[in-house]
Design a protein around this ligand. Structure first.
Ligand SMILES: [Zn+2]
Length: 311
């Protein structure tokens, strides 16, 4: 492991919402260098491959010759090998943790960093075994991913959006109820999201994977983040993304934000320098703006909402 995860963190309030700020300076160099390589290489790759950003094929990360998750079963980071419904996976410790008990579910064979119904079912089964204290997070290409081999992050904890929902500081409006699954949008949160709930993993995986398919259908090219847990039922949030990975709205601290993934869009924002951590005082206004900057706009949201009703 590169370091022990034992960060400074604080809670801030803005617009009646509760956010969490976490200082994880140990990831500073890693994030800075991978973001620079991504900026240099990814546009060329996309043009070369002619693919949409959210469905880039499996490949080594920008600037690398090899994929670090291929052959990971030989690494000391390998925790164990698992088989879900005849498909092989590996549990791998994250050498640069961003959460407590942070590890990854990785496909044994090379596979793109895109979410499918099969991988959702495997993730639901794993999170069901781990219990309600754990959260699973999927970070798509151009939505925070630095490795392009299928991996689902797991950690003990949960993004701030869940407690805001439970405290009814934000409200969900259900617009879809079929096959025991409900879909809702969430009002009052800086990032537009889709919330799916249900107790049946098979049906939930089918509905969510159909929704994810709409993100790259036709002219659509939305990268995305997914987070889920199981309390009384499975609850899963999808954040479609603008394609930007790092906000620019924090003047004077250009390298202080990490890549924004599910945790950040979900209100648990990781900062990489003490200066930026200190700059964010009692008011979370800066966080609200940064999260909002990473989200889709209202017309894109309306377009996805109508696609969702046809599922
Ligand atoms: Zn790989």
């Amino acid at each position: 492991m590169s370091y022990e995860f034992n960060p400074l963190c604080k809670r801030v309030k803005c617009e009646g919402l509760t956010f969490e700020v976490v200082l994880n300076h140990a990831r500073f160099q890693y994030v800075k260098s991978t973001l620079e390589k991504t900026r240099l290489v990814n546009n060329d790759r996309q043009a070369l491959l002619g693919t949409k950003r959210a469905i880039l094929p499996h490949m080594p990360p920008p600037g690398n010759e090899v994929c670090q998750l291929c052959d990971v079963e030989k690494s000391p980071l390998c925790i164990t090998q698992l088989c879900f419904r005849g498909k092989d996976y590996i549990l791998v410790a994250n050498p640069r943790p961003w959460g407590y008990s942070n590890f990854m579910l990785v496909t044994a064979n090379p596979q793109p960093q895109s979410m499918t119904a099969v991988e959702l079912r495997a993730g639901f089964e794993l999170i069901n075994h781990l219990g309600p204290d754990f959260e699973a997070i999927f970070t798509g290409v151009k939505a925070g991913a630095s490795v392009y081999h299928f991996h689902l992050q797991i950690h003990k904890g949960s993004a701030a959006i869940w407690e805001n929902l439970e405290a009814q500081q934000i409200r969900k409006t259900t617009f879809f109820a079929k096959r025991g699954i409900t879909a809702s949008f969430v009002e009052g949160w800086p990032a537009r999201s889709f919330l799916f709930e249900g107790s049946h993993p098979e049906q939930l995986a089918a509905v969510v994977s159909s929704f994810i398919a709409t993100l790259t259908e036709g002219d659509n090219d939305f990268s995305y983040n997914i987070g889920f847990h199981r309390k009384d039922v499975f609850r899963l949030i999808v954040f479609p993304r603008s394609g930007e990975e790092q906000p620019v709205c924090m003047a004077g601290h250009p390298d202080s934000w990490g890549r924004f993934g599910f945790s950040e869009l979900g209100g648990s924002v990781f900062l990489l320098t003490q200066e930026a951590y200190s700059t964010i005082g009692e008011s979370g206004g800066m966080l609200y703006d940064a999260i909002s900057e990473m989200s889709i706009n209202s017309s894109e949201h309306a377009k996805l909402l109508s696609a969702c009703q046809a599922l």
